[in-house]
Ligand binder design. Structure first.
Ligand code: DAK
Length: 260
């Protein structure tokens, strides 16, 4: 495992990655992004990990955005490189073969909301606040927000957040379909772990195909996406879990997954 200064990584069947810069409200600087990228590589290589939870240290913030102080000193080329690193991180999360859950405590702003949206599911504490306030800094979202937010909540609401820089609370985020579940803030991790346990009870192989096909709905035109689904569906027929799952149903018993 690589040495981490800005993250806490607790490995297990359900692994927990905590962004740990609470004094800067867990803002994403280059070092945090590089450490996350390295950690995701370790997660990908570890076949025993079934679900990854991403959260922020402390009670005030999940991630309050890209690091504004660091960005204020970047040259255009450095800004481009920073954006590229961030985009790659979001794609690495989306490309992980296992489900990733964002457990959002406090602020998820700018790059923080973009990070949460790269995850498969979002659980929010009641104290969570979501927004893309970059416009107030003379910027626009730089880690995929203009695309992923519109995809998740539709154009009208995406424009409201990105062009006005407004924040919404957890309840509104849930009503908009941005968040899957709002829970009491002091139960956030426990509730997120419960959700992770439900995912672990599924076939890891089927989950992997489902995640890849869902991603195709974002990255492909509909026709290509539908074809992708056919291939992913077909692939599940090559696995042991499809035989076990359908057999268990017929035999009226719980399936025993082999995750392949
Ligand atoms: N970066 C760095 N430090 C931050 C920060 C951030 N995003 N957010 C907060 N902090 C720091 C504060 O500076 C403060 O540090 P000290 O003064 O104590 O040293 C500490 O965290 C506590 O913050 P506050 O004192 O401000 O706490 P409050 O409760 O009063 O306010 C707040 C909380 C979240 C409302 C406020 O901190 C705030 O408005 N923060 C900024 C939120 C924001 O604008 N986020 C979006 C960041 S921009 C791109 C690549 C990426 C992006 C854009 C372009 N390219 C290169 C093209 C992405 C951009 C963003 O994410």
């Amino acid at each position: 495992m690589t040495h981490l200064e800005n993250l806490i990584f607790e490995t297990g069947e359900i692994s927990l990655l905590t962004i740990n810069r609470p004094k800067a409200l867990n803002a994403l600087n280059r070092q945090v992004i590089e450490e996350m990228t390295r950690t995701l590589r370790d997660v990908r290589d570890d076949q025993t990990i079934r679900v990854l939870i991403v959260t922020g240290a402390g009670e005030r913030a999940f991630v309050a955005g890209a690091d504004i102080a660091a960005m204020s000193e970047m040259s255009p080329i450095e800004g481009l490189e920073f954006s590229r690193l961030g985009h790659r991180l979001m794609q690495d999360i989306e490309d992980l073969p296992i489900p990733v859950i964002a457990a959002v405590n406090g602020f998820a702003l700018g790059g923080g909301l973009e990070l949460a949206m790269a995850c498969d599911l979002i659980v929010a504490g009641e104290n969570a606040r979501f927004g893309q306030p970059e416009i107030n800094l003379g910027l626009i979202p730089g880690f995929g927000g203009t695309q992923r937010l519109a995809h998740r909540v539709g154009q009208a609401r995406a424009r409201q957040l990105i062009m006005l820089g407004e924040m919404i609370d957890a309840k509104t985020a849930c009503e908009w379909g941005l968040v899957n579940k709002v829970v009491s803030s002091n139960q956030l991790l426990a509730e997120t772990r419960d959700l992770a346990a439900k995912l672990i009870a599924k076939s890891g192989f089927a989950l992997r195909q489902a995640k890849a096909a869902l991603r195709a709905s974002f990255t492909m035109e509909e026709d290509a996406g539908l074809r992708f689904e056919q291939s992913a569906f077909g692939l599940t027929f090559s696995g042991a879990d499809r035989i076990e799952g359908t057999k268990a149903f017929v035999e009226k018993r719980e399936p025993k997954w082999q995750h392949r």
